[in-house]
Design a protein around this ligand. Structure first.
Ligand code: C2E
Ligand code: CA
Ligand code: CA
Length: 453
C-alpha cells in the first residue's frame, strides 16, 4: 500500500508549502479590498483564508491563478486534509465542470489571491470541441483522480469507509461511445505497425476513356491487411491516420508504391508495343501530406527514383485542401506541383464547399465528379442537371471530367451524352490486385467485362 502518512490534517502536507512558507504576493494585496467579480476581465480577487468553493457544491466555474496561492482540501476544521497547494499559472475547479459532478474538494485562498475566472460554459465548450479520444483520456484521469482523493480521505479519517466498488466502478467502460473510442485507440495502435510490418497494399482501379473504352490509367487505392481484423478498407482507417501524423509515413509509402507500379505498367506497355507516354496513376493525397514543407521535394525525388514522368502522376486532392490549408499556401503548393508537370485532380467534386470559388482562383487539371451524383444520375432530375452543369463548366474551363462510381450502362451512356471524357466504376472493374491490373494494361474494357465481386 502506498505510504501517505505524512499527509496529515489540517493543511500540512509534506512537500506542500504552507501559507507561511509561500512567497509574499505584493502584486495583488492592494487589490484585495475589492472582492467583486470584474465583468470586463473576469478577474476575481480573494482575501487570505477566504473560501473559493466548497466540497459538494455545484461546479459553476474554474479558475486560473494569476498571483497568490490556493489550498485544495477535503473535510472541514480539524478534520480537513490538504490535497494540494496551487500557485500562479495553475488551474483549479475544472474537474466538476468537465465531468458534471459536484466539487470533490474545497478551495480557499492562502493570502491575497488574484484569479482569472473561466465560466463553466467556456470550459465545457472547449471540452466538447476536443476529440473524443482526448475527452476519454480526460474523463478517465479525472475518475482516477477522484478515486485517489476518496482514498486519501479515508486514510485521514479512518471512520470513513471506502466507497463501494459500485461507486468507483468505471462507468465509462459501459458507455457505447467510449467503447468506440477505445476501439479507435486500439485501431490506431495497430495501424502504427501497419507500415513497418508490411500490412498495407494498394489496389488499382482502371480509368477508361469513355469513347474508346481503353484503360488510360489506374487510381491507386489503399488497403490494410490487418492480422487481427482482416482486410480493412480506407474508410475505416484513413480518417484516423489523418488525425494523427500516421498519414505521413503512410503517404510516403503510397507514393513510393504507386510510382513503382506505374513504372511496371509503363514497362508492360513498352513490352507489348503500346508505349503510351500519357499512361498515368492517380494517387490520393491527404491535406496533411500537402502541408509538409518538403512534400514537393519528396514527390519529385520519388518520381525520379522510379523513372516516371511527373505528368504521369495525378494527385487527387479534395476541396478540404482549401479549407484546412491557408488558401494561399494551398494554391502555392498546387501551383508548384503543376509547374513541375504533376497533374492535380479535384476529387469528390461537388461535395465540399464553394468549389466554384476555388476553381476561379486555383488552376487544376481535372474534375472528378463525386460518385454520389453518379449514383442518382438516372433516378434524379436534379442530379442529372447538376452533373450536366459540372461537365459544362469544366468544358468551358478546358478541364476534362472523370466520373467515378459508374455502375450501370445507363449511367455510362448518360455521361457520354453529356460529354464526360473519363469514367471509373464497378461497371468496368472493381479495384484490382497489382498483377490483375498489370495483365489489363493496354486493353480496352467492355462494360461488365470485369464485374468482380
Ligand atoms: P475516393 O478517392 O473517392 O476513391 C474511390 C472509391 O470509390 C474507392 O473506394 C473505390 O473502390 C470506390 N468505387 C469505385 N467505383 C465504384 C462504384 O462503381 N461504386 C461504388 N459504390 N464505389 C466505387 P475505397 O477504395 O474504399 O476508398 C475510399 C476512399 O478512401 C477514397 O475515396 C479516398 O478518399 C480514400 N483513400 C483510398 N486510398 C487512399 C490513399 O491511398 N490515400 C488517401 N489519402 N486516401 C485514400
Ligand atoms: Ca480518389
Ligand atoms: Ca472520389
Amino acid at each position: 500500500m502506498k505510504d501517505v502518512t505524512p499527509l496529515t490534517a489540517p493543511s500540512s502536507g509534506p512537500g506542500l508549502p504552507t501559507a507561511d512558507a509561500l512567497p509574499a504576493d505584493t502584486d495583488s494585496s492592494a487589490l484585495v479590498a475589492d472582492l467583486a467579480v470584474s465583468p470586463e476581465c473576469n478577474i476575481r480577487l480573494f482575501n487570505g483564508g477566504e473560501t473559493i468553493f466548497t466540497e459538494g457544491s455545484a461546479p459553476d466555474r474554474a479558475y486560473i491563478i494569476e498571483s497568490g496561492y490556493v489550498e485544495i482540501f477535503v473535510g472541514a476544521g480539524a478534520d480537513s486534509l490538504q490535497l494540494n497547494v496551487l500557485g500562479p499559472g495553475d488551474i483549479f475547479g475544472e474537474m466538476g465542470i468537465i465531468d458534471a459532478s459536484p466539487r470533490s474538494a474545497s478551495a480557499k485562498a492562502i493570502g491575497p489571491c488574484r484569479c482569472i475566472v473561466l465560466s463553466a460554459a467556456l470550459v465545457a465548450e472547449r471540452i466538447e470541441s476536443s476529440s473524443p479520444m482526448v475527452r476519454l483520456l480526460i474523463a478517465m484521469s479525472l475518475h482516477r483522480n477522484r478515486a485517489y482523493n476518496t482514498y486519501l480521505k479515508s486514510l485521514a479519517r479512518p471512520q470513513l469507509s471506502l466507497p463501494q466498488p459500485a461507486v468507483t466502478e468505471n462507468t465509462y467502460a459501459k458507455n457505447q461511445q467510449y467503447q468506440q473510442i477505445l476501439e479507435d485507440i486500439k485501431l490506431e495502435s495497430d495501424l502504427q505497425n501497419a507500415v513497418g510490418n508490411d500490412e498495407l497494399f494498394l489496389m488499382y482501379q482502371p480509368l477508361l476513356d469513355l469513347n474508346t473504352r481503353s484503360i488510360i490509367g489506374f487510381e491507386s487505392l489503399l488497403r490494410w491487411q490487418c492480422p487481427q481484423r482482416g482486410l480493412i478498407t480506407p474508410q475505416h482507417f484513413i480518417a484516423l491516420a489523418e488525425e494523427t501524423s500516421l498519414i505521413l509515413p503512410m503517404g510516403d509509402w503510397i507514393l513510393e508504391h504507386s510510382c513503382a507500379s506505374l513504372r511496371r505498367f509503363q514497362d508492360q506497355l513498352d513490352r507489348i508495343g503500346q508505349s503510351q507516354t500519357n499512361f498515368f496513376v492517380s494517387v490520393n493525397i491527404s491535406v496533411r501530406q500537402f502541408q509538409q514543407p518538403d512534400f514537393f521535394d519528396r514527390l519529385m525525388a520519388c518520381s525520379q527514383r522510379h523513372g516516371v514522368s511527373a505528368h504521369q502522376i495525378k494527385l487527387e486532392v479534395t476541396e478540404r485542401i482549401f479549407l484546412d490549408l491557408d488558401e494561399i499556401d494551398a494554391i502555392d503548393s498546387i501551383g508548384k506541383c503543376r509547374a513541375a508537370g504533376f497533374e492535380v485532380s479535384l476529387d469528390d467534386f461537388g461535395t465540399g464547399y464553394s468549389s466554384l470559388n476555388y476553381l476561379e482562383r486555383c488552376e487544376i487539371d481535372c474534375l472528378k465528379i463525386d460518385r454520389s451524383f453518379i449514383h442518382k444520375l438516372c433516378t434524379s432530375d436534379r442530379a442529372r442537371i447538376l452533373v450536366g452543369s459540372i461537365i459544362d463548366i469544366a468544358h468551358k474551363l478546358s478541364l476534362p471530367t472523370v466520373a467515378e462510381g459508374i455502375e450501370t450502362q445507363a449511367q455510362m451512356e448518360a455521361l457520354q451524352a453529356m460529354g464526360c471524357a473519363i469514367g471509373q466504376g464497378f461497371l468496368f472493374s472493381h479495384p484490382l490486385r497489382f498483377n490483375e491490373a498489370l495483365a489489363l494494361v493496354g486493353q480496352s474494357l467492355a462494360p461488365n467485362f470485369l464485374h468482380l465481386a
